[in-house]
Design a protein around this ligand. Sequence first.
Ligand SMILES: Cc1ncc(COP(=O)(O)O)c(C=O)c1O
Length: 442
Amino acid sequence: MDTQQQLNANWLEAYWMPFTANRSFKKAPQIVTGAKGMYYHMNDGHKLLDGIAGLWCVNAGHGHPKIVEAIQKQAAQLDFASSFGFGHPLAFEYANRLTSITPEGLDHVFFTNSGSEATDTALKLALAYHHARGEGQRQRIIGRQRGYHGVGFGGLSAAGMGPHKKQFGMLLPGAAHMPHTHDPARNAFSLGQPTHGAEIADALEQMFQTYDPSTVAAVIVEPVAGSTGVLVPPVGYLERLREICTRYGILLIFDEVVTGFGRLGHPFAADRFNVTPDLIAIAKGMTNGAVPMGGVITSGQIHEALMGNAAQGAVEFSHGYTYSGHPLASAAALATLDVYLEEGIFAHAASIEPLWQERVHALTGLPGVVDIRNLGLLAGIELGTDVASGKAMAKKVYDYCFEQGVLIRPVANTIVLSPPLVISEQEIDTLFSAITAGLKAA
Ligand SMILES: Cc1ncc(COP(=O)(O)O)c(C=O)c1O
């Protein structure tokens, strides 16, 4: 059966697609059958410039031959080995290589299979750390409005997106939320980091009137909030959060599932902002999206507290996944890291950022554009005077760009862009020419 026949044969029904309006999709399916470099190839021959790196993950472009080869070789060499009390070399090798590029002091890594598992693991590590030190009363987790930390019960509880939670009851009882940093009245159309709003971090300290700080285990934030429309932290905000957490003995978790691996022109957002958290959740760009993998990078202090306080022979952290450190994922991650470093991909992202910024802000003044936000190779273009009209417009621009062979992502009333970091000047031109025409047409 070819793909066209399959689409006609009720073949779409059995697969319940994630985060998808299934009934709408299945009326007008968009099916991708291949990808190479900056492009997707669709089942009907349509070619699409990928303006979103798959889903914030394919940082080195699709189908990189070195990554493909590493996965193929590893599948033939060792398909699977448990990591529970058993080991294989690539997971150790990758942990060593990865921690050679992490911020100073963050020198251990725990592997998961996704970003959701990474954030849940980071939260569990925070609780276990305090428990090991005899501060087991620290159980509260503080997230932020408009935060996204995946779909596990922990990450979802810490997240600040109401629509994602409404079907799932009470979630974790100990989660509370700081205000988000989006302040269009003062910061609309900022170039890079907005200048106003460092003081929004002080809301954390004000929350301690309600929740005693001695009961708070961790604060979790995305350094730049991605899924809620690219919200860039105001200058000085992350520094203040760090300072408050340190003062009260609270762990700071950066969810770098989107910002890790070069998205901001540095290995991690922590490097770009020069703010070091206690834990970093990672995934996506770790394997260039080629094999599912995630992880949590932790400080030596957290590692030592758990190692040092457990009885000899005891499991120090009762947590892990069948596929933690999977051989294929480890091989893909090692090859991906080689590609990032050998091909200077983070440096390329940094050097092309000024052009990216110039082109995205050139959309200012076009019909319906009410705000533009950017940092690194991320951008959010907010549309419409209200969410409903902006959402309808974003969908129209998506459809227009799709027809023109360009893939963008509408997230509610915002068009979100996060291309592979290898994007060229000419591809930036193609991307923004399509969006400009799409905005005029919409
Ligand atoms: C910041 C952030 N954290 C966590 C996740 C969850 O990752 P996954 O979908 O791999 O579980 C995402 C996914 O987009 C994300 O953007």
